[in-house]
Design a protein around this ligand. Structure first.
Ligand code: ADP
Length: 481
């Protein structure tokens, strides 16, 4: 089976969040299930810089007003197709924002062009390679199935995966004439969304099947509290909506071989974690002691409950704990966490920025990772925590709910507990969870049991890749795969 995956980020070339991890890991996991994936991504500077050998496999003279080539290259085991369109993608800043953190004003054109290129490849634009199905991710690629639906060639089967429904890619109706879609595409059955052009809406509307990244989130987004306006459409498509939990790349995230940590270790050698704890403390300028070391590795946003963390800091410290935060995001939240660090020197510290190796070390050396998200489609950091014996303390929502088993008395007795989960998502409830975590930490045997059980959890892509393969097969003509 041949699949064209289209995404705006892919690990290890360009990453702002979990989407990149999924786009980078799923193709490798699917290969074991007989699925050959090629991934179409934009030619950002970091992507172009990573290429040594490449070939031009298609060219567009006028892709929504710009020139672009499709380059084929292999990087890190991934079979990439790169949309090399310098007018759209060769610029400083992040994939979506400029150096000042402001959205690129032409994001609508950049990702419509990516989507159109995807639809063209689906339609046979690359000689010698015809995909059977197209899998698109998030709003940036939501127009791919729309271009197929409203194009001249028969549409290929398609899957649209929602990684976070909060990001919808809604633009003014004024862009519609420039998208190259027929007039009737601007309607409720097409790309129109409350008078605007909605890229995610278009994808959900026109893809053959829709998926999201955990079973709990698949249910939650059918409700007004979580659907963010798209719940009506999603309810209409509920029978084609699937929840498949993300896995992680267990080779990249392997405490036994991780080159980014101070000392590798396995489940049988947990004392070795202490060296990693000392390295985290040293990096953050925290005092060295045996109290519980909590960490946060996150975008610093309201979604992630970071305001609650800032308010819970005093509780952590009063219980003899410490907190190390790695993240970037809202200035007000950064300020609140910096103020907390200033109040508790040696006990609370924050490193502002994005630092992949440090995130590995923190999972290897911290005792627990705090993830009090208000909503969480899947979440990956709790999965890394499980794999590294860094006990996840999570709110009971979305994928956090599906992947962490709370250390309640019954789960402890049955030896299945892997973390601490709490609800409702309030400061009081987070504080209670922190107190419970510190108590569990004080009971060395129980704590070791929770860590071990977490490290035994299957957080690989194996099961989920099989589910995607099944979903793909269900969309293809019977008997073809
Ligand atoms: P989201 O995609 O909503 O940000 P996820 O938990 O799904 O949340 O994925 C976040 C990913 O980004 C994880 O791989 C996490 O380790 C990583 N990450 C987040 N913030 C940082 C940071 N400041 N430095 C390094 N890695 C980070």
């Amino acid at each position: 089976m041949k699949v064209l995956s289209v995404a705006s980020e892919i690990y290890p070339l360009i990453k702002t969040g979990g989407l990149a991890d999924v786009a980078g890991a799923l193709p490798l996991a699917l290969a074991a299930h007989g699925v050959e994936t090629r991934s179409l991504i934009p030619g950002y500077p970091s992507v172009m810089a990573a290429l040594d050998e490449m070939s031009i496999v298609a060219s567009f003279e006028d892709l929504l007003g710009v020139r672009g080539d499709i380059l084929a290259a292999k990087v890190a085991g991934l079979d990439l197709l790169i949309l090399d369109a310098p007018a759209l993608f060769d610029r400083p800043g992040g994939p979506y924002v400029d150096q000042q953190g402001k959205d690129h004003p032409d994001n609508w054109r950049r990702f419509a062009a990516l989507s159109l290129a995807g639809a063209e490849i689906a339609g046979g634009r690359i000689s010698g390679w015809q995909p059977d199905l197209v899998h698109v991710h998030d709003w940036q690629t939501g127009l791919v199935p729309a271009y197929m639906r409203f194009g001249e060639k028969p549409a290929l089967p398609s899957v649209m995966t929602i990684h976070n429904i909060a990001f919808q890619g809604n633009f003014s109706a004024g862009i519609f004439p420039y998208l190259g879609l027929p007039d009737h595409a601007f309607g409720i059955d097409g790309v129109e969304y409350y008078g605007q052009v909605g890229y995610l809406k278009a994808g959900i509307q026109t893809a053959w099947a829709v998926s999201t990244v955990s079973p709990s989130y698949a249910e939650e987004i059918l409700t007004p509290d979580f659907g963010m306006g798209l719940e009506g459409l999603l309810n209409r498509r509920a029978s084609e909506l699937h929840g498949i939990v993300n896995g992680i790349d267990i080779d990249v995230w392997n405490p036994e071989t991780d080159a980014s940590i101070a000392r590798p270790y396995g489940a049988g050698d947990m004392k070795a974690r202490l060296e990693n704890k000392r390295a985290v403390e040293a990096h953050f300028g925290l005092i060295e002691d045996d109290g519980p070391l909590f960490c946060v590795i996150s975008r610093l946003t309201w979604q992630k409950g970071m305001d609650l963390v800032a308010e819970a800091v005093d509780e952590i410290v009063s219980l003899g704990g410490k907190l190390a935060v790695l993240g970037s995001g809202d200035a007000a939240l950064v300020g609140a966490l910096q103020a907390a660090a200033a109040r508790h020197p040696g006990r609370v510290a924050i490193t502002v920025g994005y630092n992949e190796p440090l995130s590995h070390l923190m999972q290897a050396g911290s005792d627990a990772i705090l993830i009090p998200s208000r909503f969480e489609p899947c979440g990956l950091t709790q999965l890394y925590g499980l794999r590294y014996g860094c006990v996840p303390v999570v709110s009971r929502t979305g994928g956090l709910n599906d992947t962490v088993i709370d250390a309640n008395p019954a789960a402890l007795a049955a030896k299945v507990a892997t973390g601490v989960s709490f609800g409702p998502i309030t400061l009081d409830s987070l504080k209670r969870a922190i107190r419970r975590t510190v108590r569990l930490y004080g009971d060395t045997k129980t704590w070791a049991q929770i860590q071990k059980q977490g490290m035994k959890s299957d957080v690989s892509w194996d099961k989920s890749a099989a589910l995607y393969q099944k979903l793909y097969s269900s969309l293809l003509p019977k008997g073809s795969h």
